[in-house]
Write a protein that binds this ligand. Structure first.
Ligand SMILES: [Zn+2]
Length: 399
């Protein structure tokens, strides 16, 4: 069996003329801890797997791949290694599908092992093959692992759309030891993506006209996850960064990895998005931003814009102060844009509005109003940065 038709959740949850229900979306199992990578084979007993494909980069095959193969061997699961080419594009998905379909006997599970793009490509392939997906993220830089949606790119890396799936990953296995050894900038970018979850879900909860990405109303459960996510980051964010600098796992890192991956992933999908992610969708269209910045860094900038647009300046300052502490960008220079690049800012705002996400705000978001918020957020960010300093930001960008 296989799926060839695209799946759209909006007609299911938001049919014309009917009120939208509250819908909670989540993976079936979320497993996080130091060393859990080596137990992945045992966890697959939940799915009755005999032959599993591993979608993993060539570099990953020399690292986590070795441990995963050993773990599968111990429980008698036959592995098929599929080398991920690096881009979540339909070309890549087709190439992997052709190779897996040419296998002599079919696979009954797909493991996607790597960063956000590998995870998202894995969702596309598992859906087409109609096999369960196990996600093994090697970074905590984004909220892709738990969700049932992929962001698609052209082979050149430009965003080209999204693909939805009727089911979430069956199992998500996050080894905090692996995350601790990845560069600090990835964990911090994940904090930027995660910090926006609560502020975006809150907007959607309070505005009865707002809808989540699947066309549903937010659940209180997802909003509570989003709130815990923000609280966790404010309290433990800098401590978790220190753990990653020292390549060690501690309780602060465990908390922040869960915030970045589970709380943020379920929180955004069942809580809804707003201006923060709308702006984050606009930034990749500006080549200098696309080439130099991570998704979570763009979301952090989008969050400040959203809070300023809401005229929630106390919270905007609190978020900007957090960003300065952990090393996220807070003004346009730090996202590689000088203030006078009006053409780029117009592009940014136009794409943000076209994303439809600003419609979830309780007020009308016009081009002028959003552009004004981008400029005012820049001013606020400069102000906070002048007080707090930019040492963490410069350390991360220097890599
Ligand atoms: Zn995001």
């Amino acid at each position: 069996m296989s799926h060839s038709d695209p799946y759209w959740p909006q007609p299911l949850f938001s049919p014309d003329g009917m009120t939208s229900p509250r819908v909670m979306i989540a993976p079936q199992r979320y497993i996080q801890g130091e060393g859990v990578l080596d137990q992945t084979g045992r966890y697959l007993s939940l799915l009755d797997v005999r032959r599993a494909a591993l979608l993993i980069s060539r570099r990953g095959q020399r690292g986590e791949g070795v441990r995963l193969l050993e773990s599968l061997e111990r429980v008698g699961i036959e592995p098929v290694v599929a080398t991920f080419g690096g881009e979540c594009s339909l070309d890549e998905v087709d190439r992997q599908m052709a190779a897996l379909r040419a296998e002599t006997s079919p696979i009954d599970c797909l493991l996607a092992v790597g960063g956000g793009k590998c995870v998202d490509a894995g969702k596309c392939i598992a859906y087409r093959l109609d096999v369960p997906l196990v996600v093994v993220p090697t970074l905590a830089s984004n909220d892709a692992p738990c969700s049932a949606v992929s962001v698609l790119y052209t082979p050149e890396g430009v965003t080209s759309g999204v693909e939805f799936f009727p089911t979430n990953p069956s199992i998500v296995v996050v080894d905090t030891g692996v995350v601790a050894r990845a560069p600090e900038r990835f964990l911090v970018a994940g904090m930027g993506d995660a910090m926006a979850t609560w502020y975006e879900a809150k907007v959607c909860l309070e505005n009865t006209g707002a809808r989540t990405t699947v066309g549903a109303r937010p659940t209180l459960a997802a909003c509570a996850l989003g709130q815990t996510c923000a609280d966790t980051l404010y309290e433990f964010g800098t401590e978790a960064s220190r753990a990653v600098i020292d390549d060690r796992v501690d309780d602060a890192l465990e908390r922040v990895v869960e915030a970045n991956t589970l709380l943020s992933g379920v929180g955004f999908e069942s809580g809804g998005l707003a201006i923060a992610h709308g702006i984050a969708q606009g930034y990749p269209a500006i080549p200098v931003v696309h080439d130099n910045h991570l998704h979570g860094e763009m979301v952090a900038m989008g969050l400040l814009t959203q809070l300023v647009a809401e005229q929630n300046l106390a919270e905007a300052r609190r978020a900007a102060s957090f960003c300065c502490d952990v090393g996220l960008p807070v003004h346009l220079d730090q996202i590689s844009l000088a203030r006078d690049r009006t053409g780029d800012l117009d592009t940014l705002v136009a794409i943000a509005i076209a994303s439809g996400l600003p419609k979830n705000m309780s007020f009308e978001v016009t081009h002028e109003r959003l552009l004004g918020a981008v400029v005012d957020a820049d001013r606020l960010g400069r102000d906070v940065s002048a007080t707090k300093g930019d040492a963490a930001f410069r350390r991360l960008q220097a890599g």
